[in-house]
Design a protein around this ligand. Structure first.
Ligand code: GDP
Ligand code: MG
Length: 715
């Protein structure tokens, strides 16, 4: 029989790092709360029959957020054989709150006091023996990052699981509460099928709504329980939930006083000092802008570009096509097969793969920023900015995750309790350029703005601007009106990024990208080649007579007001729905067509002929902001759990992208002295509408909105 062990603990306490240690897998570890929103399962290294479960981080077992629900349901309903409670040793007082609750579930608990390396570095001492006695469970010091203690923890957990040695909580409540609890226990015992009566009694005492769905009690028992609680509440002159919470806290502070000895720190820590500058009210945003500028500059314009240039200009222009062509000629393949392989696959997939080096540099930079702790500050800085507009900075975590890929970004919205804020966040998350949009940015920047340093970073800031503008506009509508959710995020201490973690992270993301090139992109490329090589009568024809051209010509006029009425560009944008890299792959085929065999894929040259810098930029704007790829749309559908909301999201994004691209193109043309036309009038009208939507008074749902605004003004 297999043993199930669950990892539970506060967000950012190191659960996933421990999980990776124990199972040898490489799940996403991010230095901010809210990374793991789904539970993940893995087998303990060297033990086929031991299953380890990584749970989302939680502060308590009260089901307020979706992560709390996921974790709690697992712990209560699926009853693991043992819980490993990961505790952040540098922040033990707050972490122990969850521990007190875990101890009540009625499952053996092993506590791992993690980050012990940091504790020691800070000069603090945690008395493990005292802690063990006071809490009532096994306690082991660990450093998941350095791999210290993980094995011991796992061994202990297996041992306890086999013995089924249920931990008995070291804490008790005051006499009055205890007697109320045992009375509730007596009353519900008959209605619990082997469920832990103690835990249910506590939850009923706290009037936990979710618990009332789990057990059905006869009315008379319900009434009796209600009386017991009422009596207790009168005695304490407080509500039952607060009574329990207070008693937990006083117990914890007693334990901490006995077992934890913190070194006196009067001076500011290094982390605090860095934060004084980095999160400074005036400097924070400029610093953030410089940091992101550097990230994009490094990955797209310099280091990444040098490598990509070689891959594009040499590898996929000369070496690979020549080799493949030589091979194909040698074995004497049919003309169409030749074309499929060279004009289709090599040109399309090759164009995408060419961006792997740039992507890797980008992912590396982002991983470094994440792991050192800077990204967590961004959410904090953005919260300050967002709050001015009635938005919550919580929305920024999904967006930060979305810089890698929109799918986990959208999923990360689960950390947001307020349902409407969550939906709004999902609607704007994919505005941030994900990894797959990087090739589009790099291609446009390289082909039409050679030597410029601003184009690539501007794509990132455009994304952020779109998010902020959308946030303001949406929040002012009746649908989303309301108070911003409070945002309390703990800032993790800065630390030197672990080389292993960062490299694994970069590698995993790049690998996923290459894998996509070999699957989805490959198929799409073949599709595009087919449609661009054959006519409706299935004859191989020139590209201008192809099926794709005829379809493209129908939709192209739609994009003419944006400056790129060329059917190839229109088609490329549409194929971007399958995966954003396809935009580049499609260009590779459509513009590189027929030339590959002769003088190499002159995609850049063809693009320079097809676009002006202005129209190329509006092409970039549209493709960055419009509906995301199908995978991300699927994630939106999942998280919204509603077709209506999904369509609203796609529609909003696409219309927004269209409007912004149109404004930029039309006004840009005007300033470039290309005259005044109907397009200019439309653009000016749209600007006025946008300004109105941005600055009009928010719809009031209650007085609280204006109150919080007033408070903001005072602050
Ligand atoms: P989770 O949210 O609980 O899953 O936490 P993660 O596993 O994602 O880790 C959060 C951060 O803490 C990451 O930056 C880790 O590198 C770091 N971390 C995890 N364990 C340790 C440890 O033992 N010592 C130190 N110094 N850092 C750690
Ligand atoms: Mg995690």
């Amino acid at each position: 029989m297999s043993i199930k062990i669950a990892l539970a603990g506060n967000p950012n306490s190191g659960k996933t790092t421990m999980f990776n240690n124990l199972t040898g897998s490489s799940q996403y570890v991010g230095n901010w709360p809210g990374v793991t929103v789904e539970k993940k399962e893995g087998k303990l290294k060297g033990h086929k029959d031991v299953i380890i479960q990584d749970l989302p981080g939680i502060y308590s077992l009260s089901p307020y957020t979706l992560e709390e629900v996921v974790s709690r349901n697992y712990l209560i309903n699926e009853k693991p054989d043992c819980i490993i409670n990961i505790v952040d040793g540098t922040n033990i007082e707050r972490n122990l709150y969850l521990t007190t609750q875990l101890m009540e579930i009625g499952v053996p608990v092993v506590m791992a006091v993690n980050m012990i390396d940091m504790v020691r570095k800070n000069g603090d001492i945690i008395d493990i023996k005292k802690l063990r006695e006071a809490i009532g469970c096994e306690v082991i010091e660990t450093s998941a990052l350095k791999g210290i203690g993980s094995k011991e923890v796992a061994e202990k957990a297996i041992q306890l699981a086999k013995m089924k040695a249920v931990s008995s909580p070291g804490h008790t409540f005051s006499k009055a509460v205890e007697s109320a609890l045992s009375e509730i226990e007596d009353n519900i015992k008959n209605n619990l099928n082997g469920l832990n009566s103690r835990w249910f009694a506590i939850k009923l005492f706290e009037r936990d709504e979710k618990i009332e769905e789990q057990i059905t009690l006869p009315d008379d028992i319900k009434e009796r329980i209600e009386n017991v609680i009422d009596e207790c509440e009168r005695k304490f002159d407080d509500d039952s939930e607060s009574i329990i919470t207070d008693e937990r806290y006083s117990y914890i502070s007693k334990v901490v006083k006995q077992a934890v000895h913190k070194k006196n720190r009067s001076k500011l820590t290094v982390s605090d000092r860095i934060d004084k500058i980095v999160t400074n009210r005036i400097l924070a945003l400029p610093i953030f802008a410089v940091v992101m500028f550097l990230v994009y500059y490094l990955s797209i314009s310099t280091i990444g570009a040098w490598m990509t240039d070689w891959v594009n200009d040499v590898l996929f222009t000369d070496i690979v096509p020549n080799a493949v062509e030589g091979f194909l000629t040698a074995i004497g393949t049919a003309h169409w097969l030749n074309s499929l392989i060279l004009d289709g696959i090599v040109a399309g997939v090759g164009a995408v793969l060419g961006f792997v080096p740039q992507m890797m540099v980008l992912f590396l930079c982002l991983a470094l920023l994440e792991d050192c702790g800077y990204m967590a500050r961004i959410a904090f800085i953005m919260d300050r900015l967002f709050r001015k507009f009635g938005l919550s900075g919580k929305s920024f975590i999904p967006i930060l995750v979305g810089t890698g890929c929109g799918v986990p970004g959208i999923m990360a919205s689960r950390t947001i309790e307020n349902e409407l804020d969550r939906r709004m966040t999902i609607m704007v998350t994919t505005f941030i350029p994900c990894g797959a949009k990087l090739p589009i940015i790099a291609l446009i920047a390289g082909a039409l703005f050679p030597g410029s340093t601003w184009v690539a970073p501007s794509a990132y800031f455009l994304g952020i601007a779109a998010i902020i503008v959308s946030g303001i506009i949406l929040k002012k509508t009746r649908v989303f009106a309301g108070d911003p959710a409070p945002f309390v995020m703990e800032l993790p201490v800065y630390h030197v990024p672990g080389a292993k973690g960062v490299l694994i992270h970069t590698w995993e993301r790049s690998k996923a990208f290459v894998k996509k090139a070999g699957t989805v992109i490959l198929l799409a490329t073949i599709g595009v080649w087919l449609l661009s090589s054959f006519s409706w009568t299935f004859k191989m024809v020139d590209i201008e007579q192809s099926i794709l051209a005829s379809i493209g010509n129908v939709i192209a006029p739609l994009f003419a007001p944006l400056g790129w009425g060329d059917w190839k560009a229109a088609v490329a944008s549409i194929t971007g729905l399958i995966a954003k890299e396809n935009v580049v792959g499609t260009f590779g085929i459509l513009y590189g067509f027929a030339e590959v065999a002769e003088d190499g894929a002159q995609v850049w040259g063809s693009l320079q002929a097809a676009f002006t810098p202005l129209s190329a930029y509006t092409f970039l704007i549209f493709n960055l902001l419009c509906a995301p790829c199908f995978a991300a749309i699927g994630a939106v559908r999942n998280e919204m759990a509603s077709a209506k909301w999904t369509w609203a999201t796609i529609g909003y994004q696409t219309i927004f992208a269209y409007i912004i691209a149109l404004i930029v193109y039309q006004l840009g043309s005007l300033f470039a002295g290309r005259g005044f036309g109907i397009g200019t009038v439309v653009a000016i009208a749209l600007v006025c509408v946008l300004i109105y939507l941005l600055f009009r008074k928010p719809v009031k749902v209650n007085n609280k909105v204006s109150d919080s605004k007033k408070q903001e003004a005072v602050v």
